[in-house]
Design a binder for this molecule. Structure first.
Ligand code: FAD
Length: 555
C-alpha cells in the first residue's frame, strides 16, 4: 500500500496506545491526516507516574505531561482534539461520531483507518457510600489532582487503600511517604494476589514494617460516611471498621468496550477486543490496542487481556505503522512482565505463576531459590527470592517471579527475554551473564534456579513444594541446632535435626526405607543432604523447595 493511499487515520484515545500509534503513523507516513481524539483534558500523560506525583517523589506535575497537544502538533503534525469523545462508529460509512465536550456539538469524521485505544476504567463495585466525598480511583490526571488535593487537605492523615494490586500498593507506599497512617484491605488471603504467596509475603512484611495496617482475606463491605456524605472510613466484610478520611479503591480495571461492541467488532474469549498480530480487529480497517484489546499470552498462546503500559505502547506503535503503510512487524506474544516497589522491597513477575498454571490446568513444576543478588562478601549483599516455573516434560521456562531488596528487575528482565525466545531451564543454566562482585555472582540466582530445575529433570534431585503436607514423612532438618531453635520449620513438629556436616556419621538414626524430606535454610544444604542420602540407599528423598525460609512464609 502506498503511503499516499491512506489519507486519514483517526485514533480514539490519546495516551499510551493512542499517542504511540499517532507518532509512529506520522513517522511512517508524512502525508496522512492524523487525528487524535481524546475525551479528557490531557493526552500522552504518564499514567504510571501518577502515584509518585501524589506522594511527592515526582515533584512537578508538569513532568507527567510527556507530550502536550502543542508538541504533537508541532513535531508530528497531529491534529489533537482533547475533550472530544467518540460516541459511535459507522463501519459502512467509515466514519465516527464525535461529541465535543467543550462546545456540546456533535460531528462526524470519516476515516481510512481507525485505531481504538480507549483503555480501561477502574472497577468500582456498587458499594453503599460509594458516592461519598474523598473516595477515589486512580486512572488519569483529574483523579490525580483530586487525590492530591484531598490528601493535602486531610488533617487526620488517615487513609485506607482497598485492593493490593500494583496501583493499590504504589498508593500505599506514596501515602505513607506523605505522612499518612495507612490501612490496606485485600479480599484475597495475601497481598498482590497475582503472585504466588511466598513471593508476595515479603511485601506484606515490608508494609507492616512501615506501619501499614494490613487486612488480608477481608474485602470491603461499605464506605462509612458522615452527615455531609464525606467518607469516614470503610467497613470490612468481617464487620471490622477502619477509620480513614481518604479512601482509595484499587480493585482492577475493566476494558472500555462500548465503541467496539456498538460497531459489532468481535470481543474475544479473554473479554477484550479481539485483534490479530497486526492489531487489526475483524474489520481490517479498525485496529485495537492497549488495555481494551487482547494479546497472545506467551505461556499459553491464548488471547488474554494484559493491562500494562509496555504492550500498549508496542501495540500502538505497530498499529500506527500498519495503518499508515499497510505493513509492520507482528505483535510479539506478551508475558505480562511487571514489577512493583513497596518501600524497600521489589517484586516482579513474567509469564506464568505456579498459581495460574494450576488454575489453567497447565502441567508445571517450580523451584525456588534464595540467594544473594551479588557476591555475599561484597558490601550491600541482600537476599533475593527467585521462583522459576517450567514445563516438567520439556524443561521450557513458563514463568518467573522474584522478590528482594535489589536486583529483582535484572533477573526478571533476563527471564522475560528467555521466555520470549522459548528458552528451557537448560538454556538458563548455560547463560553467560555479566559478573563482577558488585553486580552479581559467578553463579547467578538465575543459574542456581536453573541448576535446581535441571537436577529435577535429570532425576538427580526431587523437590517438594514449600507448602506441602509433611505428615507421614521422615523430615530431616539439616540446619544447625541453633538455627532450628531460632526458626523451627513450620508444620513439621516431628522433624529430626541432623546438621548436614554430621549427616554421614548419623545415617543410622534414619530409616532409609521411609519417604524422606530434607530441609535447610534455603534449600542449598538440603540439596547436599539429599545427595548424601540418595547415595546411601535412601530410596525416596525430596528436598523442600526454598527450605525453612520459604515454607515459613506460607505455612
Ligand atoms: P490509556 O493510557 O488509559 O488511554 C486511554 C485513553 O482513551 C484515556 O485517556 C481515555 O480518556 C480515552 N478514551 C476512552 N474512550 C474514549 C472515547 N470514546 N473517545 C475519546 N477518548 C477516549 N502499567 C505498567 O506496565 N507499569 C506501571 O508501572 C503502571 N502503572 C500504572 C499506574 C497507574 C496509576 C495506572 C492508572 C496505570 C498504570 N499502568 C502501568 C497501566 C498502564 O498505564 C496502562 O496499561 C496503559 O496506559 C494502557 O494504555 P491504553 O492506551 O490502552 O489506555
Amino acid at each position: 500500500m502506498s503511503t499516499q493511499a491512506v489519507t486519514t487515520i483517526v485514533i480514539v484515545g490519546g495516551v499510551a496506545g493512542g499517542a504511540s500509534a499517532a507518532t509512529r503513523a506520522r513517522r511512517m507516513n508524512e502525508h496522512a491526516e492524523i487525528i487524535l481524539l481524546e475525551k479528557d483534558e490531557h493526552v500522552s500523560f504518564a499514567n504510571c507516574g501518577l502515584p509518585y506525583y501524589i506522594g511527592g517523589e515526582i515533584a512537578e506535575r508538569q513532568k507527567l505531561l510527556v507530550a502536550t497537544p502543542q508538541f504533537l502538533a508541532c513535531r508530528f503534525r497531529i491534529d489533537v482534539r482533547t475533550r472530544q469523545e467518540v460516541r459511535s462508529i459507522d463501519r459502512t460509512a467509515k466514519s465516527v461520531t464525535v461529541l465535543n465536550h467543550a462546545s456540546g456539538e456533535t460531528y462526524h469524521l470519516t476515516y481510512d483507518k481507525l485505531i481504538l485505544a480507549p483503555g480501561a476504567v477502574p472497577l468500582v463495585p456498587p458499594l453503599p457510600g460509594g458516592d461519598a466525598a474523598n473516595v477515589f480511583t486512580l486512572r488519569n490526571m483529574a483523579d490525580t489532582d483530586g487525590i492530591k488535593s484531598a490528601a493535602d487537605g486531610c488533617s487526620s492523615k488517615r487513609a485506607v487503600v482497598v485492593g493490593s494490586g500494583y496501583i493499590g500498593l504504589e498508593m500505599v507506599e506514596q501515602l505513607v511517604r506523605q505522612g499518612f497512617q495507612v490501612a490496606l484491605a485485600e479480599l484475597q488471603p495475601q497481598v498482590l494476589p497475582l503472585m504466588d504467596a511466598e513471593i508476595a509475603q515479603p511485601l506484606e512484611d515490608a508494609l507492616r514494617r512501615h506501619g501499614v495496617t494490613v487486612y488480608v482475606g477481608d474485602g470491603i463491605k461499605r464506605i462509612l460516611t458522615d452527615d455531609r456524605n464525606a467518607a469516614t472510613g470503610i467497613e470490612l466484610q468481617s464487620g471490622q471498621a477502619v477509620q480513614a478520611d481518604l479512601v482509595i479503591l484499587g480493585l482492577g480495571v475493566r476494558p472500555n468496550l462500548s465503541l467496539a461492541e456498538q460497531a459489532g467488532l468481535t470481543i474475544g474469549s479473554g473479554g477484550g477486543i479481539a485483534a490479530n498480530e497486526y492489531q487489526q480487529t475483524n474489520d481490517p480497517d479498525i485496529y485495537a490496542v492497549g488495555d481494551a484489546c487482547e494479546y497472545v499470552f506467551g505461556p499459553t498462546g491464548q488471547p488474554q487481556r494484559i493491562a500494562l503500559a509496555g504492550p500498549a505502547n508496542r501495540a500502538g506503535r505497530l498499529a500506527g505503522e500498519h495503518a499508515a503503510t499497510g505493513r509492520s512487524m507482528p505483535m510479539a506474544p506478551v508475558f505480562g512482565t511487571s514489577i512493583v516497589r513497596v518501600f524497600d522491597r521489589t517484586a516482579a513477575l513474567t509469564g506464568l505463576t505456579a498459581k495460574l498454571a494450576a488454575c489453567l490446568g497447565i502441567p508445571a513444576r517450580s523451584v525456588t531459590v534464595v540467594a544473594n543478588q551479588h557476591a555475599g562478601y561484597f558490601p550491600g549483599a541482600a537476599m533475593l527470592t527467585l521462583k522459576l516455573t517450567f514445563d516438567p516434560s520439556t524443561g521450557r521456562v513458563l514463568g518467573a517471579q522474584a522478590v528482594g531488596a535489589d536486583g529483582v528487575d535484572k533477573r526478571i528482565d533476563v527471564l522475560a527475554t528467555a521466555l520470549a525466545f522459548g528458552a528451557t531451564v537448560r538454556d538458563l543454566a548455560g547463560l553467560d551473564l555479566a559478573y563482577a562482585p558488585p553486580f552479581g555472582s559467578a553463579k547467578d540466582p538465575i543459574h542456581l534456579a536453573a541448576f535446581a530445575a535441571c537436577n529435577q529433570l535429570d532425576g538427580i534431585e526431587q523437590f517438594l513444594d514449600a507448602d506441602a503436607d509433611l505428615s507421614g514423612q521422615q523430615v530431616v532438618d539439616v540446619r544447625t541446632a541453633a538455627e532450628v531453635k531460632q526458626t523451627p520449620l513450620a508444620g513439621a513438629p516431628g522433624a529430626i535435626n541432623i546438621p548436614v556436616d554430621e549427616l554421614r556419621q548419623r545415617l543410622g538414626e534414619l530409616d532409609p526405607s521411609a519417604p524422606t524430606v530434607v530441609s535447610c535454610g534455603v534449600g542449598l544444604r538440603g540439596h547436599v543432604a539429599a545427595r548424601i542420602l540418595k547415595q546411601h540407599g535412601f530410596a525416596d528423598v525430596k528436598n523442600l523447595s526454598g527450605g525453612a525460609t520459604i515454607r515459613n512464609r506460607i505455612v
